[in-house]
Write a protein that binds this ligand. Structure first.
Ligand code: ADP
Ligand code: ADP
Length: 234
């Protein structure tokens, strides 16, 4: 049961007279419920590739299918709905400074037709899930890096996603905090059946929670498979 199918994806950027082939002829299939790692050096094309999954980045060529729907063929309203099922978290958290923790988690729900009370209740439940219920009225500036990433995870879950894309989400965190965030992601995968696509440049992150991995280099996937097979010494 494949939740994500990218076929023959190219992404080419034009910077003045320079052409950058950020992604070249990539096929990527990810099964529902997987924790799929994408590893590679900076500039390999990892971010660009995962941004294609929710069409934050339009591919120059190729097809993007999520849950059996080819996203490029959807009308705007249907595309908006499909995109809500694919959430992202980032290295630098991207929280809004002017809103409380609760306000940040509620934010994706503002466009939905639900009452303020229901919205707050849902945001509080999500904060409980990530272990930050006591910080609902705190502003992000007062939180540690790990706490900020927990808020970002709660916010990402507000739209009831089926896929969570993590783009270097632990890269700004110390090893102990990294471990706790990875444990949280693993729990969300197990308890909610959330499919996770995780970008990193750190082998240890892949080894600790991913089931499958693709290695990217210069815009292409150069190796892929079960983590134990790809990374075990012969
Ligand atoms: P990674 O995530 O593996 O570090 P990226 O996907 O960010 O790699 O970048 C791949 C290549 O595409 C790099 O050469 C980068 O400079 C280039 N690139 C990424 N985004 C853009 C953009 N919006 N415009 C032009 N070039 C870009
Ligand atoms: P990352 O590798 O995590 O994407 P970067 O600093 O490479 O971090 O990129 C930050 C942002 O700038 C991204 O949105 C990326 O798409 C864009 N970007 C990266 N390289 C270029 C580039 N050469 N020209 C324009 N935009 C770029």
């Amino acid at each position: 049961n494949n939740i994500i199918e990218l076929k023959n994806i190219d992404v080419t950027f034009h910077n003045g007279d320079q052409t950058v082939k950020a992604v070249q002829a990539v096929d990527l299939t990810i099964e529902k419920g997987d924790i799929y790692g994408i590893i590679g050096y900076s500039g390999a094309g990892k971010s660009t590739l995962v941004r294609v999954i929710n069409l934050l980045q339009t591919p120059t060529n190729g097809t993007v299918t999520v849950n059996g729907q080819q996203l490029q063929q959807l009308a705007p309203a249907a595309l908006r709905q499909a995109r809500q099922k694919i959430s992202m978290i980032f290295q630098h958290f991207n929280l809004m400074k002017s809103r409380t923790v609760l306000g940040n988690v509620e934010y994706p729900l503002l466009s939905q037709k639900i009452s303020q009370a229901a919205r707050q209740q849902k945001a509080l439940q999500l904060l409980k899930l990530v272990g930050l219920a006591d910080y609902a009225q705190t502003y992000p500036a007062r939180l540690s890096g790990g706490q900020k990433q927990r808020v970002a995870i709660a916010r990402a879950l507000a739209s009831d996603p089926e896929v969570l894309i993590s783009d270097e989400a632990t890269s700004a965190l110390d090893p102990k905090t990294t471990k706790s965030i990875l444990a949280l992601l693993k729990k969300l995968n197990q308890d909610l059946g959330l499919t996770i696509v995780l970008i990193t440049h750190e082998m240890q992150v892949i080894k600790s929670i991913c089931h499958n991995v693709a290695v990217m280099d210069a815009g292409q996937i150069v190796e892929r498979g079960r983590v134990a097979q790809v990374f075990t010494a012969p």
